[in-house]
Design a binder for this molecule. Structure first.
Ligand code: FO1
Length: 318
């Protein structure tokens, strides 16, 4: 079975662990969000690609869900000693090596997709990880601070400001001119099932869908598209998805996110048991819906969620 997963950061990566356990024979292609990418200290950092690679490759810092385990921050301290910032983005010494190799390969002319493949040759994530595009796309957020509105990089909004100020707009800069990376459209066309994991529907999955051709390819793939709600009981399980949902005018509910993707794209939607009451309205919108436990507390939980998603896909296919 060929499964395509559109993944962002922590939620997507954790779900993928369960999917690999639930479908060990499957050929899984992950289309990774690159809108979170940031250029720092002359290096290109790809947080969502690295989170998938490290999580499935066994190098992730478990509690954080990002960055490497057993990290040290000597380089960061030395940069700070030179007064070279930003200090608010925690890049560790081991992580720097990934960004140095990536930036070196990009400078040598390799596209991001080839670089990602090379980095994954070390980490062996057990999935094929393809960036959504080889072209530069960076999510910027329109915020209002000290009475003035300005667009800041997503990472500054997310990490430095902790999403503590209202987001008035979220813009994947460059998306309209970006092309799907080699292999993205082919993987979607060859998929037996397409999954939207509990990643951020705006800045992760939304950004991937903003790359021209991707949304259409998924809608026309003619195979079940099944998603899992990142919102449980009107609040995001982790992160601050509700802040960016508000920016695009979407309520923080499991039903609103399903409607946001739309029945033209989504065939099935898993909500948590606390949102059981939303099942009828979601089904009325033409999206098959089931309520199951959606908290990714451990591998057993995520494996069960993945099994349920695949089962819902078969129910939809029938
Ligand atoms: N998130 C934080 O909350 N604080 C950090 O200092 C931080 C550093 C960081 C470094 C590398 C990396 O790949 C991710 C990092 N993240 C950090 C997480 C990052 O903001 C998120 O993973 C995504 O961009 C949102 O999913």
């Amino acid at each position: 079975m060929r499964i395509v997963v559109l993944a962002g950061g922590i939620g997507g990566a954790r779900f993928l662990r369960g999917l690999l356990a639930a479908a060990p024979e499957a050929e899984i292609t992950v289309i990774g969000n690159t809108g979170d990418d940031i250029h720092l200290f002359g290096l290109k950092v790809c947080p969502d690609l690295d989170t998938v690679m490290y999580t499935l490759g066994g190098g992730i810092h478990e509690e954080q869900g990002w960055g490497r385990a057993d990290e040290t921050f000597t380089v960061k301290e030395e940069l700070a000693a030179y007064g070279v910032g930003p200090e608010w983005f925690g890049l560790g010494d081991r992580d720097f090596a990934t960004h140095i190799v990536r930036t070196q390969m990009l400078a040598a002319g390799y596209p991001l997709s080839a670089v990602t493949e090379a980095l994954c040759a070390r980490w062996k994530p057990g999935v094929r990880l393809i960036p959504m595009s080889d072209d530069r796309v960076e999510t910027h957020v329109l915020v209002e601070t000290d009475g003035e509105r300005k667009a800041i990089h997503f990472q500054e909004y997310w990490v430095r400001l902790r999403a503590a100020v209202p987001a008035h707009a979220v813009v994947p800069v460059g998306a309209e001119a970006a092309k799907p990376a080699p292999g993205v459209l082919e993987a979607i066309a060859a998929a037996d099932v397409i999954v939207f994991p509990p990643s951020n529907p705006v800045v992760s999955i939304g950004t991937i869908l903003a790359v021209p051709g991707v949304r259409e390819a998924i809608a026309e793939a003619g195979v079940p598209v099944v998603g899992l709600s990142p919102i449980v009981g009107d609040a995001p399980v982790r992160g601050m998805a509700d802040k960016v949902l508000a920016a695009v005018g979407v309520e923080s509910t499991a039903a609103a996110v399903a409607a946001h993707y739309g029945s033209g794209l989504l065939d099935g939607w898993l909500v948590d048991t606390v949102d059981e009451g939303a099942v009828p309205q979601i089904e009325a919108a033409g999206i098959r819906c089931r309520a199951i436990p959606l908290l990714m507390t451990d591998l057993d939980a995520t494996t069960r969620m993945a099994r349920e998603a695949l089962a819902l896909a078969e129910e939809v296919r029938a």
